[in-house]
Design a protein around this ligand. Structure first.
Ligand code: LLP
Length: 411
């Protein structure tokens, strides 16, 4: 069925003519976000985890239209900063939908979030260090508190996105029980939390299971002394980026999760980001230059680069690329697709067979909905791209950043 289509195949399911028309209308580089697919992904999560609280990890894509869509599908919003909390509220969320996960929080973040909580005391704050509890107490916060634990075990598509084990997050597992018990007199301790890492595939299931098992043990250890509402085992559900990668069997992951958790007197919670938005997004770019290189291979220069989509440069991430403008008559050639940034790492792919690109062609980069626009920067004084959402009709969701905006902060 359509909803089971692996994302890469989905890129070829997008109508090339429609995408080219969007590129012509809104210019490139352009992110296109299919809200229908976002909603479908939310439903698949809710079906796989029918008795769990499913929260959307906002960091994958903080666009207002996405927030509105996931809220309509009944997902809460997990926020990594005061900025994300503000944007969740701006998109209409109420405190009961918002969980703020503090990561070494600057004072300003805590000030803002505590202010929000004063107006809306259903907001939940997750702490990952004993002294964050203290800093909340100093600010008069005595509300809903969740303790983030480093489960000691991690997983993920790259060492840079593995958050359990050798990473900065959470209170050490060995101290978790005492942090929970110490907090319980002054706060409403409603949950415990762990996140193993991002981009978990079927091969990482044993690590995921182990994390969940440890959280189940912790929940049972503090059960008598607290009134836990939830055990949040994080997000991290991977999506296939390569054409030959199998899609994650979400119902199987859900079953493994429940089994590993065991009997706890609290609700299971999960907080995926990538799974919700990755395959709903495509990045469109235009070919500016094609050159042969003796030292390298054919270099296809496009108007999107590491400042538009950072993942290939940062994690060597693979994204499917398709030449929308090429008809059947063009042969596939091995190419490097490179951006306009003055950095050697500014390539989206190397040694990739692609229907021979020519100047003016429009390329589509798949699975760009998660950590795409979100990680864009203005390095090399390159304004950030525009974004269109399909709802289902296209509309401009974010204007292209202007050159003038780049100097706006200067005095
Ligand atoms: N919850 C917590 C506490 C997290 O730290 C993260 C991701 C998530 C949930 C959501 O993980 P997801 O379901 O999206 O895998 N920029 C990287 C990913 C960094 C993820 C950081 N934390 C990338 O593009 O692969």
């Amino acid at each position: 069925s359509e909803s089971e289509n692996p994302p890469v195949r989905r890129l070829s399911a997008w109508d090339a003519a429609d995408l080219e028309e969007l590129a012509a209308t809104y210019e490139t580089p352009l992110y296109v976000m299919d809200l229908g697919r976002v909603r479908e992904n939310c439903r698949r999560l809710r079906e796989a985890f029918p008795d769990a609280d499913v929260r959307y990890a906002a960091k994958a894509h903080t666009g207002r239209a996405v927030f509105e869509a996931v809220r309509q599908e009944g997902l809460g919003i997990e926020c990594a900063s005061a900025g994300e909390v503000e944007r969740a509220f701006a998109a209409g969320a109420s405190g009961s939908e918002v969980q703020y996960t503090a990561v070494n929080p600057p004072d300003g973040d805590l000030d803002l979030v505590v202010q929000r909580w004063e107006d809306d005391p259903d907001l939940t704050v997750t702490v990952g260090a004993r002294d964050t509890v203290e800093r909340l107490r100093e600010r008069g916060f005595d509300g809903r508190l969740c303790v983030r634990v480093n489960p000691g075990v991690g997983a993920g598509h790259h060492a840079k996105v593995t958050t359990g084990g050798h990473a900065k997050f959470g209170v050490p597992y060995s101290e978790a029980e005492s942090v929970v018990l110490d907090a319980r007199d002054d706060f409403d301790v409603v949950g415990i939390h762990a996140h193993a890492g991002s981009g978990i595939s079927g091969d990482d299931l044993s690590a995921h299971r182990e994390v969940v098992r440890r959280m189940g043990d912790l929940a049972r250890a503090v059960e008598e002394e607290t009134d836990l509402e939830f055990v949040d085992v994080g997000g991290g559900f991977g999506v296939p980026y390569r054409e030959d990668e199998p899609a994650l069997d979400l119902p199987a992951v859900a079953e493994a999760t429940r089994e590993a958790l065991g009997d706890v007197d609290a609700q299971l919670a999960v907080e995926p980001g990538r799974y919700v938005v990755a395959d709903a997004g495509v990045l469109l770019a235009t070919v500016n230059t094609v050159k042969e290189s003796e030292e390298y291979e054919t270099v296809v220069g496009i108007d999107a680069g590491m400042t538009t989509l950072l993942r290939p440069a940062m994690y060597d991430a693979y994204h499917a690329i398709r030449n929308l403008s090429a008809g059947e008559d063009r042969n596939a050639t091995s190419v490097t697709v490179a951006g306009p940034i003055c950095e050697t790492s500014d390539v989206l792919c190397e040694h990739r067979p692609l229907a021979a690109p020519a100047r003016g062609d429009v390329l589509a980069v798949g699975n760009a909905g998660a950590y795409g626009y979100e990680m864009a920067s203005t390095y090399n004084s390159r304004p950030r791209p525009a974004e269109v959402v399909l709802d289902p009709e296209p509309r401009l969701a974010r204007r292209r950043e202007s050159l003038a905006a780049l100097t706006e902060l200067e005095q």
